[in-house]
Design a protein around this ligand. Structure first.
Ligand code: FCB
Length: 441
């Protein structure tokens, strides 16, 4: 089943790519990589489905050349990858030469195949020694992140096309310190509030470091969501505004307007770090593009008997992926139009992740994933709709090149365009990979 679009339907400079992240594919037990809070979270029973961890993952550390061949064979323009902080600096401060050597080889391999390397500095693997001093709740972490930025950019910055500082700060902070669903698994409003600020300060200090080094084409990757109220009641509408504040406006307001939204600052004021106002200018320093990751919409209802934020996610009626996430491509065009209109204007937007989990199997050497083909097709068409409406979307990256370690869901959830048999590490391109190849070749 082919896609209903081709490259010719998009502007000439539009980039098609696929994305991965270090901890999810590399194998954290190789190359003198240090322990990260994902290793310790995964080593604690009950945190990750099937007690899976990222120690071997897709063994990408050893199979990188073959995996990059897949990127080239798929006809992609760009490859989005991340650098593991724990691999580059096992103690969070001192460079591990093998770590930087690995990323040097990786970038060489990307460039050699005619692909544009798109680097994400932090996709969640915080070194354990930095977790020991409080991790993202500690104001020192942004400073150390700026040092890490300098070490990475010094080595590979000359060959990367674009750099994102942080992947999904909402996940780094709220999901991991308030909801407790990812490393370090805290459920504490004070730690969460501090992490919400420090992760953005880390972005600001990293931007500042890269500007000083003359690095070009810098941005951040936000996982924005498209919230809809469960009903037209004032309570549900209010709950949806609060949800929007936590997921979307906290980040967009400060990055593009230099202040946090009042409906967050008021409830969180008691927990904000002293003097946070002085950091806002750095956080709001101009970027060259904004990355948006989009997977699903969120239906929100009031939960009146619970303390702030007082909302609950409601199960929607639409067909769902293996994650239980509703398939709602309209949300992507609406979100892109909103962000373009209210925040970014002429600034390029890149869809840095979009995709779905399915439990496809290999039969007779072939891996068919018709639902994913349709999902990707309809979301790429949603991007085209936003472009037609005047939003300067400049690229689309599928999540993910490979099936991989899906965080607390372990290896059970498969997001790849390429199937991975974890027992043998055999890669089998799925029908969705072939669909991309024929649409964008
Ligand atoms: C995003 C993450 C990515 C992957 C997808 C499914 O939140 O950035 O690593 O896990 O979800």
């Amino acid at each position: 089943m082919p896609f209903s679009f081709t490259r010719a339907d998009f502007p000439a400079d539009f980039l098609f790519g696929a994305a991965t992240a270090a901890y999810q594919i590399e194998g954290s037990s190789f190359g003198n990589c240090g322990s990260s809070h994902w290793d310790t979270w995964a080593a604690t029973p009950g945190n990750v489905v099937n007690a899976d961890d990222g120690s071997i993952a897709c063994d990408h550390y050893h199979r990188m050349e073959g995996d990059l061949d897949l990127m080239r064979d798929g006809g992609f323009d760009a490859y989005r990858f991340s650098t593991s902080w724990a691999r580059v600096m096992p103690d969070g401060r001192t460079v591990n030469p093998e770590g930087l050597d690995f990323y040097d080889r990786l970038v060489e391999g990307i460039v050699a195949r005619g692909l544009k390397p798109c680097l994400t500095l932090y996709h969640w693997d915080l070194p354990s020694p930095l977790a020991d001093i409080g991790g993202w709740a500690n104001r020192e972490i942004p400073e150390r992140f700026a040092d890490f930025t300098r070490a990475v950019i010094d080595r590979i910055g000359d060959r990367v096309e674009a750099v994102a500082t942080i992947n999904e700060p909402w996940c780094v902070a709220w999901l991991s310190h308030f909801l407790g669903l990812q490393a370090p698994g805290l459920r504490d409003i004070r730690a969460a509030t501090r992490a919400m600020h420090h992760v953005l300060l880390a972005h600001g200090l990293s931007m500042e470091a890269m500007r000083e080094m003359g690095q070009k084409n810098l941005g951040i990757v936000l996982n924005l969501t498209y919230p809809q109220a469960a009903s037209g009641s004032e309570q549900d509408l209010q709950a949806t505004r609060t949800f929007d504040a936590i997921h979307n406006r906290w980040f967009l307001d400060v990055l593009f307007r230099g202040h946090y939204p009042d409906d967050m600052i008021t409830p969180l004021a008691a927990h904000m770090p002293d003097g946070y106002e002085e950091d806002l200018k750095k956080i709001a320093a101009p970027m060259d593009w904004l990355g948006i990751n989009y997977y699903t919409r969120s239906i929100v209802a009031a939960a009146p008997d619970t303390p702030w934020p007082g909302f609950a996610n409601v199960d929607g009626p639409l067909p769902k992926t293996d994650m239980g996430w509703e398939i709602y491509p309209e949300g992507l065009s609406s979100l892109l139009e909103r962000v373009g209109r209210d925040y970014t204007g002429d600034l390029p937007i890149i869809v840095t992740e979009n995709g779905m989990a399915g439990d496809e199997q290999i039969k007779d050497g072939v891996c068919n994933d018709p639902v994913r083909v349709q999902y990707l097709n309809n979301h790429v068409q949603a991007v085209r709709k936003a472009i037609d409406a005047g939003v300067p979307v400049k690229g689309y990256f599928a999540w993910s090149l490979l099936d991989n370690f899906e965080w607390s869901f372990g290896y059970e959830k498969r997001f790849g365009l390429v199937h991975v048999d974890y027992a043998t590490q055999t890669r089998t391109p799925k029908a969705s990979f072939e669909a991309f190849r024929s649409a964008i070749k």
